[in-house]
Design a protein around this ligand. Structure first.
Ligand code: PLP
Length: 373
């Protein structure tokens, strides 16, 4: 049975060129980047070249890129340091953020007694920008944490607008760009973003490698203490091959961006049309969604709903649940729960997420498998 992987918002297959790069580094660059001899310096050079490669793609300075193990780690570090060290007294976020943000904010609220306010989200998953602006009526040291592309629905937040509002109100802006990095152009010279986080495994790089962008002149304090790696902000011997793989993956993502974006956009459109033909009553969760994510609400009965993911998995098709109670999980999706009404939440929502490795034949298989349920 051939596997059909349509869960690219969860993680992506690694590109062969990235694997080759990592193998090369593992074989020849075994030095500790902190060692002063030539073998160590050579490993250090790989790290600094990777930093420059990443910075170039995002139009920022290499010094503004900090390597971490995951985006979750980067978000924990940034939010915690903002509260502890910058004296942030209020965080404005939304209830549809990733748990890496939401649970960190919750922990900080309990620990430091900061205020937390939420931007309203519409039935279509979009933010209420007027209400967001109005939240700044009182003058409290604030950090805003709003993502770029939602990982469940693909809804795109207007980060340019959010940045302007933050700037006008002297608030810091932390942006979770995990779903968009490497899949769209981002110019950090033009965006009023103070911190962003990214994760290599979402752009065909290795797992366990991520980075943070920290705008220059913002001096955070470490979360992990130890050596002087990453300016002392993130102690611990660097994973040289992971970092090199991440930089290679990002470089290739931008090299192929136009052709892959077009290919994936067409694929999503094809999937939409096929779903429309097969299930005329289906609907899409979210407005103005990113080109690689399609979250759909299917007009299935409760009996079919319960087993949908299991049935697809039995046929070798990997997709993700978009809502509750379809895979044995008692917890509804916190994102869809914020958007949909009770009736809609009872029906199955599926998140189908594409990469350039997918084909129209695979979409056909998905549609026939859904038809057979
Ligand atoms: N933020 C978003 C939007 C994500 O989709 C994910 C991963 O699912 C994360 C954060 C966490 O990233 P990582 O796997 O690097 O911890």
């Amino acid at each position: 049975m051939k596997n059909i992987y349509l869960d690219n918002a969860a993680t992506t297959p690694i590109r062969q060129e990235v694997i080759d790069e990592m193998v090369k580094v593992m074989q020849s660059e075994y030095g500790n980047p902190s060692s002063t001899h030539s073998i160590g310096r050579s490993a250090k050079a790989i790290i600094e070249t990777s930093r420059k490669t990443i910075a170039k793609q995002l139009h920022c300075n290499a010094q503004e890129i900090v390597f971490t193990s995951t985006a979750t780690e980067a978000t924990n570090w940034i939010l915690r340091s903002a509260v502890k060290d910058f004296g942030v007294k209020r965080i404005i976020t939304s209830k549809i953020e990733h748990h890496a943000t939401l649970y960190t904010v919750q922990a900080l609220q309990e620990e430091f007694d900061i205020a937390v306010e939420f931007v309203n989200v519409s039935h279509e998953g979009t933010l209420d920008y007027a209400q967001f602006s109005a939240l700044f009526s009182n003058d409290i040291k604030t950090l805003v944490s709003l993502m770029h592309v939602n990982n469940e629905t693909g809804v795109i937040n207007d980060i340019e607008k959010i940045g302007v509002i933050c700037h006008q109100n002297k608030a810091l802006f932390h942006c979770d760009t995990v779903q968009s990095i490497g899949k769209t152009e981002l110019n950090l010279q033009e965006l009023a973003i103070d911190f962003l986080v990214a994760s290599a495994h979402k752009f065909h790089g290795p797992k366990g490698a991520g980075f943070a962008y920290v705008r220059k002149n913002l001096v955070l304090q470490p979360m992990i203490f130890g050596g002087e790696q990453e300016k002392g902000w993130r102690a611990g011997t660097e994973s040289v091959h992971q970092i090199a793989g991440m930089a290679k993956a990002l470089e290739l993502s931008f090299e192929y961006l136009n052709e892959e974006r077009k290919y994936i956009t067409d694929l999503k459109q094809y999937c939409f049309q096929k779903l429309q033909q097969a299930f005329p009553e289906f609907s899409v969760n979210g407005d103005d969604t990113f080109y690689n994510i399609l979250n759909v609400l299917l007009p299935f009965s409760p009996e079919k709903t319960a087993m949908i993911l299991f049935n697809l998995d039995m046929k070798g098709i990997s997709v993700s649940r978009g809502s509750a109670c379809q895979s044995g999980s008692a917890k509804p999706s916190h994102v869809l729960a914020e958007m949909l009404n009770g009736e809609e939440l009872k029906k199955p929502s599926l998140r189908i997420s594409f990469s350039h490795y997918n084909t129209k034949e695979e979409i056909d298989c998905l549609i026939s498998a859904l038809n057979e349920i």
